[in-house]
Write a protein of this length. Structure first.
Length: 277
């Protein structure tokens, strides 16, 4: 049953709030999304510095697991540092890394035509892939701000020639400071429509991503909770991996939109700030 803090009667609110918060804080490991949970664009969300400091102080195992494929872990580390939070590079794992790891197991030393940014391109190079815009094994699409009709046209024709279509994540949109931006699924949909081919998405909610995350933090699903702002990726990923889920309302999903799904998170909070108040 979902625990929604602000729905309890006033006389029980304080007691139940504390009970819920302690249950969440009792977890050994925390897997957290970034966009919509930790920051919007270049703005930290309320309570994030205190939450991260609490994770460190309590010796919790944690991993920032993002569907965004634009940045490398090093770039994410540097971004967090600019925002005032110092973290090791190894606490970040992206859908770009998961995609590269997946393709390296499917076709070692393969080739790809990539529509994406440095995070995806570097991950593919590091996985032993080379770039090919003539007859690649895969067309791989990730988050990008340099999308163009020329790239779309080339991707369509390469897929029609036999390249397999891969998406780093199935997000339609992503949150930014002033609203939302189109994400990978929105960018890959024209290729699917033009070719009649369906893309395979590697990022959340693909259980592959969750298995990698659990392996990286070295904890079981029972010891772990996943924090996210999206019902269609973060929350369903946790549910399908039998991990407790915490939906925060600082990103894409709202209470109203969450009610439309057939499944429910384990907990709902306004944001991570509720965990450290």
């Amino acid at each position: 049953m979902t625990k929604r803090i602000r729905n309890f009667a006033p006389e029980n609110k304080k007691m139940i709030n504390k009970e819920i918060i302690e249950r969440i804080k009792g977890k050994k490991a925390f897997i957290s999304d970034m966009d919509g949970v930790i920051y919007h664009g270049n703005k930290l969300l309320p309570g994030v510095p205190e939450f991260v400091e609490w994770l460190k102080k309590e010796g919790k195992k944690f991993l920032f697991l993002t569907n965004s494929s634009e940045r490398t872990p090093k770039e994410l580390q540097e971004k967090m540092s600019r925002l005032g939070i110092d973290l090791d590079e190894n606490v970040f794992y992206t859908s770009a890394l998961a995609t590269a790891q997946f393709l390296a197991t499917q076709r070692p030393g393969g080739t790809a035509y990539i529509i994406g940014e440095a995070g995806l391109i570097n991950a593919m190079y590091n996985a032993g892939y080379t770039m090919n815009n003539y007859n690649p094994d895969y067309v791989v699409v990730g988050d990008t701000r340099s999308y163009s009709f020329e790239k779309l046209e080339q991707a369509v024709n390469l897929v029609l020639k036999g390249a397999k279509l891969i998406g780093t994540n199935p997000d339609l949109t992503g949150p930014v400071e002033n609203g939302i931006i189109p994400a990978t699924k929105a960018l890959i949909s024209p290729i699917e429509l033009a070719t009649g081919r369906q893309a395979y998405f590697v990022g959340k909610p693909n259980p592959l991503m969750m298995r990698i995350a659990l392996k990286k933090i070295g904890c079981s699903n029972e010891e772990t909770i996943i924090i996210g702002d999206r019902m269609d990726t973060d929350i369903i990923a946790g549910i399908e991996s039998e991990i407790d889920t915490l939906l925060v309302l600082t990103g894409i999903s709202t209470l109203k939109t969450a009610e439309k799904f057939a499944y429910r998170p384990s907990f709902i909070l306004e944001g991570v700030a509720d965990l450290i108040r």
